[in-house]
Ligand binder design. Structure first.
Ligand code: DGL
Length: 271
């Protein structure tokens, strides 16, 4: 990394990444709250899903991606991925102590406050649910409620293909949601950034009165706070978004109009 070329001033971009398209649900919240910011987005689609990979592997990917964005001059980094946060947020904070970093985890605290039945369901990846960070989150915020967890292998792969409504994803999602409803959950945490794209489908399959909670908007607000504290909020009206993927750029390019509501060119990330 060459520090001489870095510019981390207010007009520098904010970098956001995920294993794939899930982080676009967070990117959209950032765009809505902070429209003046230039945004960089990387989908590590060559290595999706993170949810079934080892923490050591995810740490290596996160370090590689963070180094790339730091060298590109990004003024802040958003880990738009619960699984990456669980595995790598602490390592990244240690590696870049002065770089504003926003990480994310399942919204246990707001869900515990919102439930009336006293039973909260968590849909997340295997990696997130098995992590020490998630166990600590439950210890801290879930003492007074019952939390039922549901890993969802295969769901992220279907969302990556752009299937948000078809029979395959409907069947799979039913299978993951039914046990949570049978346990009496009235509040479901969408603990993976891919899952907010399934809200329309969930609304169709859930009985009325079930709350869905995700953290994209809270991440955007936390980013705003960190940038404001450091006087790094962009002022200008202009903003640009640039996309990279470690998978096939055509695949991301094809799905962007659906998930990001605009067509943008996508570059290849080969590290
Ligand atoms: N979107 C990611 C998350 O928030 C990870 C999905 C995956 O690659 O398994 O957990």
């Amino acid at each position: 990394m060459n520090d001489v070329h870095m510019s981390h001033g207010a007009e520098a971009p904010v970098a956001v990444f995920d294993s794939g398209v899930g982080g676009l649900s967070v990117l959209a919240e950032i765009r809505d709250l902070l429209p003046a910011e230039s945004l960089y987005y990387l989908a590590d689609a060559g290595h999706v899903p993170y949810g079934e990979k080892s923490p050591a592997f995810i740490v290596q990917r996160c370090l590689t991606i963070a180094e790339f964005f730091h060298a590109q001059g990004a003024k802040a980094l958003v880990l738009a991925c619960n699984t990456a946060t669980a595995a790598a947020a602490a390592v990244l904070r240690e590696r870049y102590p002065d770089w504003p970093l926003v990480a994310m985890e399942p919204a246990v605290k707001p869900a515990a406050a919102a439930t009336r039945s006293g039973v909260v369901g968590v849909l997340a990846t295997t990696g997130t649910l098995q992590s020490a960070r998630f166990a600590a989150l439950l210890d801290r915020f879930a003492a007074d409620v019952r939390v039922v967890t549901q890993p969802c292998p295969g769901l992220v792969e279907l969302i990556e293909t752009g299937d948000l409504q078809g029979p395959a994803i409907t069947r799979m999602l039913q299978g993951y949601v039914q046990p949570l409803l049978a346990e009496g959950c009235d509040t479901l945490i969408l603990g993976c950034t891919h899952y907010p794209f399934l809200k329309p489908l969930l609304r169709q399959m859930l009985p009325p009165g079930i709350s869905l909670i995700d953290t994209g908007a809270a991440v955007a607000r936390q980013l705003e706070r960190l940038l404001a504290q450091r006087e790094l909020l962009a002022q200008g009206p202009a903003r640009q978004t640039q996309f990279w993927t470690s998978g096939d750029p055509d695949n991301l390019g094809k799905i962007l109009p659906t998930l990001w509501k605009s067509s943008d060119s996508v570059r290849s990330f080969v590290l």
